[in-house]
Design a protein around this ligand. Sequence first.
Ligand code: 13P
Ligand code: SF4
Length: 302
Amino acid sequence: MDKRELVEKINKLKKEKNAIVLAHTYQNIEIDEVADFSGDSLFLSRQAAKTDADIIVFAGVYFMAETAKILSPEKTVLLPVLSAGCAMADKINVDQLRKFKSQHPNIPVVCYVNSTAAVKAESDICCTSANAVDVVKSLNVPEVLFVPDKHLGAYVESMLDGVKVITYPGFCPVHHEIAVSDIVKQKALYPNAKVMVHPECSDEVVKMADFTGSTTGIIKTVKESNDKEFIIVTEKGVVERLQRDCPNKKFVLINEKAVCNTMKLIRLEDILHVLQTGENEINIAKDIAQKAITAIDKMLKI
Ligand code: 13P
Ligand code: SF4
């Protein structure tokens, strides 16, 4: 089947079954052709919470589909490829979180949405890269525990006066491996380019940024900017979308390794397959879902 046929079939099935497709910015770009909403984790969570659709097909990684299911428990949530995991979410499990909490008792736990449902259930409030600073600020406390991303936690601390952010030593390998030398190299080639950095990068890299923000934050800022050249310091999907949407601007991916392989597992064929069969449904134990929703809801209210 060629791409046009796949897109037509998916769109027809979506109508018949009252389904929507949510697609993260790191997905293969062709997925946008069938997506009802594309964007960052926060934007997609909000869409999952308010949709009237009966079925949500989540083109993203496992924790995103889990979050959608927690927010819309009465809906069917399908993940086109079940093995699409997140290396950052895998860095902490419930036992590790309990140990971390026992080492730092009576301090609220802020949990990056890139985590399992079970870890969310043991946390006080969730955050995404788009709202992490506001979430921590909203707690109005001198200290928080932040899991699992040490880099996002450090970024939050750097943005708030007088709040100590105690971080768990997790990270996203895709962003963690981006080095200061990569930026120096690209800046030598494109001296006028603005450096746009995702806060999952290390603090040395974030310090070199002209702008730091979520994937949607980076895209929005680039679109509104009068600048013409940008070095994009996050996953390749952001560059592809910017090249598509802003043909008169120049975008440079920080390095060719900035690719999240699990995000790229999903193809149009997989979306068609789950829509046809209803396979790969996400289900979450009731007790975990009930506890996790509290942490996610608190975040969405901010
Ligand atoms: P955002 O969607 O918040 O930009 O985060 C990027 C990411 O790594 C998602 O896994
Ligand atoms: Fe997880 Fe990193 Fe991939 Fe995002 S880019 S899904 S944090 S491994």
